[in-house]
Design a protein around this ligand. Structure first.
Ligand code: M6R
Length: 607
């Protein structure tokens, strides 16, 4: 993870670096730091914790200089303390890094033989020490950087700044994204173009293995073999305004509340105006040529895929394989002819998901992706990239991105069902009308918040919680458990209801809250039987159902949350809402850091 930025500018760099880092804080907030070259001399400021601590430090100890690099850290190697905070600096070079240098122990050992001592626990310090070592051997800065980069294994986006060189920055990318921003007699770099939004909309993305030598007036890019290359400059649309909480206490609360609106935008982007068809970007995909779908993603995006598996299998009759991207990429699964590979990622930069996509390149018939960032690596490397139109999601806990992902995936499953002759024109139209009714139903469902908030007061006292669901509700049970644990730190597990008696039922006692997701559909009676098994053992059930379900099964239940009626295929999108509220209000009651929970980052760019 981590975010890196850099500027060779005409104005003081420190405030611009901090502003750019603010936009990358979603990549980690364990510590932050900047280094500049001022009057030819390297200097740095660093602070542990969130970026605001660095800003405060800079008020008391300003840092001058018009060239600089910056870093926001998600700790991989070494504790999140000051000594491990980037930039890592030697006498003549400062380095910021996103990624993991896998051979840093070997490099350390080599440096130790040459009498070079490490002071930190990080892999990145090795990069700075190696560059210093080559400078000491007489290499010029470019040679030192190139010789250093040539020895690195693993993943990196790197920026080097040199003492005595106020018009030089050297950057490199392998496995971690890096964008170069073009200004007027200025140049910028960032892990994500969003960091550069206030400064420029003209961006060049480095490709795998590229290295670039930057001055204010020139950008020289070379490929992994050292050959000069030209990479396309694009003008991209980025919102330069900082996203605000719009009166909400937390971004997560704002993002939950936005769902009816953003989902209506998602629908408008894909459903043709008379609701007779679904339009996909570009040439779309011909599902008559596809006989298998393979999906791989991480976290909440994985649960979106798991939900979509039910839709693609039941509606389109398409066999689906699904895996965590981190498992998929090393499992070496056969990807046979006629397979479409589908990757879902809010950020579009998740390292494991990107690696899984790259594994499928040249093997899958078609590579599809569903992301919230159209400029992201996953979107750019797909044959068909489907944006979810959720708008910036700032809270680490994914909410609106999840329901927008589900909406796109449901529409894609309908498209497949129609193309494969599993649903008639009339059937498609009826489903699309149901989809178009979804924002209004979600709006109505917002009314459950107060009830959920009152339940959360008690839930906040629990040490553990279980979430149960069958069929389309199983992924939502998993998602509910993930949401609760990641922001309230309550241990929570999601189970397929039918699995309860195969082990987890041993956990049930009067202290165990059990959230049961059960709209009154064909599986309702089966789920209710499992719920009875919980209640018979003293478990406190929170039943989330519709009016018919509440009427038939509320007896003996601790709390019943009643949801509006909706087409059964769309229940995952609607029932995501109460589990989001449950996690949110429990976390608020416990007083945890809702938007930036401990140990987490919004975008996981290391494996
Ligand atoms: O950006 P992505 O959708 O690829 O991220 C995947 C997961 O890291 C993400 O969904 C994570 O699980 C969320 N924090 C869950 O709320």
């Amino acid at each position: 993870m981590c975010g890196i930025v850099g500027i060779l500018g005409q104005h003081e760099a420190a405030p611009m670096l901090v502003e750019a880092l603010k936009r990358l804080e979603y990549r980690g907030y364990d510590s932050a730091g900047i280094a500049t070259v001022n009057d030819g001399a390297l200097d740095r400021r660093r602070a542990v914790g969130k970026l605001v601590n660095l800003s405060d430090l800079l008020v008391h100890e300003p840092l001058a200089g018009k060239s600089g690099i910056g870093h926001t850290r998600w700790a991989t190697h070494g504790a999140p303390n000051l000594i491990n905070t980037h930039p890592h600096q030697t006498r003549r070079v400062a380095v910021v890094h996103n990624g993991i240098i896998e051979n840093y122990r070997d490099l350390r050992a080599d440096l130790a033989k040459a009498g070079v001592r490490h002071q930190t626990e990080t892999d990145t310090e090795t990069v700075a020490l190696l560059a210093q070592h080559y400078l000491d051997e007489g290499a010029n800065p470019e040679e030192a950087a190139r010789r250093t980069i040539a020895r690195l294994e693993g993943a990196y986006a790197l920026a080097f700044l040199f003492d005595g060189e106020s018009d030089l920055m050297i950057v490199a990318r392998k496995g971690s994204p890096l964008a170069i921003g073009h200004g007027t007699d200025e140049v910028y770099i960032g892990s994500d173009a969003i960091a550069l939004a206030p400064m420029t909309d003209r961006v060049t993305y480095l490709e795998e293995g590229d290295c670039a030598v930057l001055t204010r007036s020139s950008i020289t890019i070379t490929d992994p073999d050292g050959n000069p290359v030209t990479r396309e400059e694009r003008t991209i649309q980025l919102d330069a305004a900082r996203v605000d909480k719009a009166g909400h206490k937390h971004f997560m609360s704002k993002e939950i509340a936005e769902q009816p609106t953003v989902i209506s935008e998602t629908i408008a982007a894909y459903v043709v105006s008379n609701a007779s068809d679904i339009k996909l970007p570009g040439d779309g995909i011909d599902f008559t040529e596809i006989n298998r779908l393979t999906m791989a993603s991480c976290g909440t995006a994985y649960y979106a895929c798991l939900t979509a598996k039910y839709w693609f299998e039941q509606l389109a009759g398409l066999p689906v394989e699904i895996d965590f991207a981190s498992e998929f990429r090393y499992r070496a699964p056969p990807v046979t002819d006629g397979t479409a590979a589908l990757f879902v990622s809010q950020s579009g930069e998740t390292a494991d998901t990107l690696a899984a996509l790259r594994y499928c390149e040249g093997k899958a018939q078609s590579i599809l992706s569903v992301t919230n960032v159209p400029q992201s690596s996953i979107a750019r490397e797909s044959d068909l990239s489907m944006p979810i139109h959720a708008g910036a999601e700032i809270g680490v806990a994914s909410t609106k991105a999840f329901t927008c992902q589900l909406t796109v995936l449901f529409l894609l499953a309908l498209k497949a069902a129609h193309a494969r002759g599993r649903i008639t024109d009339e059937g498609l139209r009826a489903k699309l009308e149901a989809v178009r009714g979804l924002p209004a139903i979600l709006n109505q469902a917002m009314g459950v918040e107060e009830h959920v908030r009152s339940i959360s007061q008690r839930l906040a006292e629990s040490r553990d919680a279980l979430f149960l669901g069958r069929g389309l509700m199983f992924p939502i049970a998993l998602e509910g458990a993930l949401k609760l644990k990641e922001i309230s730190y309550i241990h929570a597990e999601g189970y397929a209801s039918g699995e309860l008696k195969h082990g987890p039922i041993a956990l049930i006692d009067e202290k165990m809250p059990v959230v049961v997701l059960a709209p009154r559909n064909a599986l309702f009676d089966k789920t209710v039987s499992n719920m009875q098994e919980v209640m018979a053992r003293g478990g406190n059930v929170i039943l989330i159902t519709d009016a018919a379900g509440a009427r038939d099964a509320s007896d003996g239940v601790w709390q019943t949350i009643v949801m509006p009626d909706v087409d059964f295929d769309l229940t995952p999108i609607l029932y995501a809402l109460p589990v989001q509220f449950l996690a949110y209000h429990t976390a608020v009651t416990k007083g945890t850091d809702v938007d930036q929970p401990r140990n987490l980052a919004k975008s996981v760019t290391v494996e």
